[in-house]
Design a protein around this ligand. Structure first.
Ligand SMILES: [Zn+2]
Ligand SMILES: [Zn+2]
Length: 303
């Protein structure tokens, strides 16, 4: 198994020093749960370098003054760390023999993905997750934020799913990511359309057309939706389209690393999936779903 979606900081912290000991503790916990490789995938918007190329992006995209102000506060709090120091920490962890790859969780910035690509091409990333957490400047998944959650009572669920899906389609087609993270995140609050099939079809087709993988994540079980991402019918659609999978916890602290990895394994087994997709330098390679203990994934760059 893999845990290919991990954060070093909770959203309540920013500018916290990076610590190799934390990475080692993540690895120890994951390996004890049968995970052979971890991808550290901090949010791009955690870094001052993102602020310099993307800062104030929401002013073009968000008509609501309340949501613009909320996003400005959120961004100001989060965009404080140094991307170079993050990359160096992960490289150090790897050199120390820890089974980690260098990743990043990249949001969709409409009309600005060329700036994202320009920023990231100077770094040796192994895997880039593509995520949609925002529609315009609305943080639809920020379940602790009042102004964000208020929007759910003034917008139609179908419209939300439609806008979300369009953003995922555009992000996948942009070439900026390798894996669709939490592919049906729009269900996070538990609000679902009566007939989600149309959107599930589009999400699966967009991944297949772009040649990206889909993430199976336990994080949804820790949210009001109380269901893994993606829902089983979407998981089956990805598989039917030949879309490869990663598995992930989306942990923001050690206690959630490798969360419910056995439940994820069982879901994949139930639809006949026995391989996962791992990455080096943004090139995917297939690995067994459940290698024997100690088998390891191996590193194609060696030997
Ligand atoms: Zn995310
Ligand atoms: Zn995440």
């Amino acid at each position: 198994m893999l845990d290919y979606h991990l954060h070093l900081w909770p959203h309540t912290q920013s500018d916290t020093p990076l610590d190799l000991g934390q990475v080692a503790a993540y690895c120890e916990r994951a390996q004890a749960a049968g995970v052979v490789e971890l991808a550290l995938t901090e949010h791009l918007f955690r870094f001052v370098q993102a602020d310099s190329v993307l800062g104030r992006w929401w002013e073009d995209d968000e008509p609501s003054a309340v949501l613009r102000a909320s996003m400005a506060d959120y961004w100001r709090f989060h965009a404080r760390a140094d991307l170079d120091a993050y990359v160096e920490t992960v490289e150090e962890a790897r050199k120390a023999g820890l089974p980690v790859v260098l990743g990043l969780e990249v949001d969709y910035y409409p009309g600005r993905m060329d700036r994202v690509a320009g920023l990231l091409e100077g770094y040796p990333f192994d895997v880039l997750l593509g995520s949609v957490h925002w529609v315009g400047g609305w943080r639809f998944d920020d379940v602790g934020d009042g102004p964000s959650m208020d929007q759910w009572s003034v917008r139609a669920v179908d419209d939300c799913w439609d806008a979300y899906t369009r953003a995922v389609e555009e992000l996948a087609a942009s070439g900026a990511c390798d894996v669709l993270a939490h592919p049906d995140l729009i269900k996070v609050t538990g609000r679902r359309p009566e007939n989600p099939g149309e959107w599930w079809d589009r999400l699966a087709e967009s991944a297949a057309a772009a040649g990206v993988a889909a993430e199976l994540s336990s994080a949804g079980w820790r949210k009001p939706a109380d269901e893994q991402y993606p829902a089983e019918p979407l998981l089956a659609r990805f598989a039917a389209h030949g879309v490869p999978f990663t598995t992930a916890s989306d942990a923001h602290h050690e206690g959630h690393v490798a969360d419910r990895v056995d439940d994820l394994r069982a879901l994949l087994g139930s639809i006949g999936v026995d391989r996962l997709q791992a990455y080096r330098r943004r090139q995917g390679h297939s690995v067994p779903l459940a290698p024997l203990a100690g088998a390891g994934v191996g590193d194609p760059r060696k030997g």
